[in-house]
Design a protein around this ligand. Structure first.
Ligand SMILES: Cc1ncc(C[n+]2csc(CCOP(=O)(O)OP(=O)(O)O)c2C)c(N)n1
Ligand code: SF4
Ligand SMILES: [Mg+2]
Length: 378
């Protein structure tokens, strides 16, 4: 079904009412028959982008597969906060894999279903960025290379959150984590490292690759539905803010997910068989500082005075994405009147630093809070 474009929206927040859409175009989350695959009672932090992303993704996948879905889940926050023994928040067949082998487990489930003649049942593998871009990468590449009939979803919160906010191969440059301290000439995470797994997935020329953020659930749902409608290896990389690990306010999760796209830091696109097929244009371009300043993991870039050299390097990275993916609309801003600052934190909240649940550079605090909220890290 062709996506119905939304013309109306609430200036300042980009909130879009489902009432503006034809009923069949409305979000899965707006339907009374949604499956609540990740239901209430789990232990995710308030404002957890990963919980939101998983729910959007799996509810859409359940709808698209007619409720015939199995999920294999790597170790990580999503698994830990959803399944403290003997409880579970999952309302679908769900299997926990190791930290590093969710793609292989998912591929095995798909192979078993094929052997049993049950290819009507679809398989999703899912993991955090650590389980995807780092330790699970070999299994993922194998799953791509064999073109296994699995949709693999990475929930990218840019670090190892479950174990106390360590750096991953998806942690952005300059970000502070428990093991990338803001000290020395290059404070925080180094530049020039890290893996772009959506691009690597494209290089495998698998049937479908897409990126999405939790700020645009309809876009994410449509990509999941498209992916479920295909066979073979498919990959969706979802940007999911982590209030605890990033030192961000819980209420800023959606704002951050919007800003990461509007700055060009995170390109939102689709690709089939290695070719780019669609990009989600920037509605109104925003400087990277608007995104960075809401997060304590980047606070060292603004005090005691702005680190202009590092900020310029980060802006250059976003500009490169904008150029590379053609993210600016020809009529940039024409359909979306207003100022770039519409997306920024309301002025009355700009008095001090964003409220952080913990100081992410205090390792013991982070670990303690994680234990209190999720149970023991695995
Ligand atoms: C082989 C192995 N190494 C390390 C761990 C500990 N461990 C569990 S989850 C995790 C990090 C998870 O990070 P990510 O995949 O990004 O998920 P997140 O918690 O951020 O959602 C680590 C290091 C483990 N379970 N197994
Ligand atoms: S630490 Fe981050 S990813 Fe984990 S539950 Fe909290 S907000 Fe979600
Ligand atoms: Mg992570």
């Amino acid at each position: 079904m062709a996506e119905q474009k939304i013309k109306g929206y609430q200036t300042g927040t980009f909130v879009v009412g489902n009432r503006l859409l034809d009923p069949e175009q409305r979000s899965t989350q707006a339907r009374t028959e949604r499956s609540n695959t990740l239901t209430s009672g789990h232990r995710a932090c308030q404002g957890c982008g990963e919980a939101l992303g998983a729910r959007y993704t799996l509810d859409a996948a359940m709808r698209a597969s007619g409720g015939k879905l199995v999920a294999a889940n790597a170790t990580g926050c999503l698994e830990v906060f959803s399944t403290p023994y003997p409880e579970s928040s999952w309302q679908l067949p769900w299997v926990h894999s190791l930290f590093g082998n969710a793609p292989a487990v998912a591929a095995g489930v798909a192979a078993a279903l094929k052997a049993k003649g049950r290819e009507d049942i679809r398989v999703v593998g899912q993991a955090g960025d650590g389980g995807t871009v780092d330790i699970g990468f070999g299994c993922l590449s194998g799953m791509f290379e064999r073109n296994d009939d699995v949709l693999f979803v990475c929930y990218d919160n840019e670090g190892y959150m479950n174990t106390g906010v360590q750096r991953s191969g998806a942690t952005p440059p300059a970000a502070r984590t428990a093991n990338t301290k803001p000290v020395g000439p290059e404070p925080g995470n180094v530049f020039g490292q890290g893996k772009n797994v959506p691009m690597i997935a494209m290089a495998h020329e698998i049937p479908y690759v897409a990126t999405a953020t939790v700020a645009e659930p309809r876009d994410l749902e449509q990509k999941v539905e498209r992916a479920i409608g295909m066979r073979g290896a498919r990959y969706i990389h979802v940007f999911v803010p982590c209030p605890l690990g990033w030192g961000a306010a819980s209420e800023d999760t959606i704002r951050l997910a919007r800003l990461v796209k509007e700055t060009g830091i995170f390109p939102v696109f689709e690709a089939e068989h290695g070719e780019l097929t669609a990009v989600s244009k920037i509605r109104r371009r925003v400087p990277v500082t608007e995104y960075l300043k809401l997060q304590r993991r980047f606070s060292h870039l603004f005090k005691p005075e702005p680190n202009t050299e590092v900020l310029e390097r980060l802006q250059a990275g976003a500009d490169r994405n904008i150029e590379r993916f053609g993210l600016l609309a020809d009529d940039e801003g024409a359909d979306f009147p207003g100022e770039a600052t519409d997306l920024a934190r309301p002025p009355e909240k700009e008095q001090g630093p964003p409220p952080a649940l913990v100081e992410p550079d205090t390792d013991s605090n982070t670990s303690m809070l994680l234990k209190e909220t999720h149970g023991k890290p695995r």
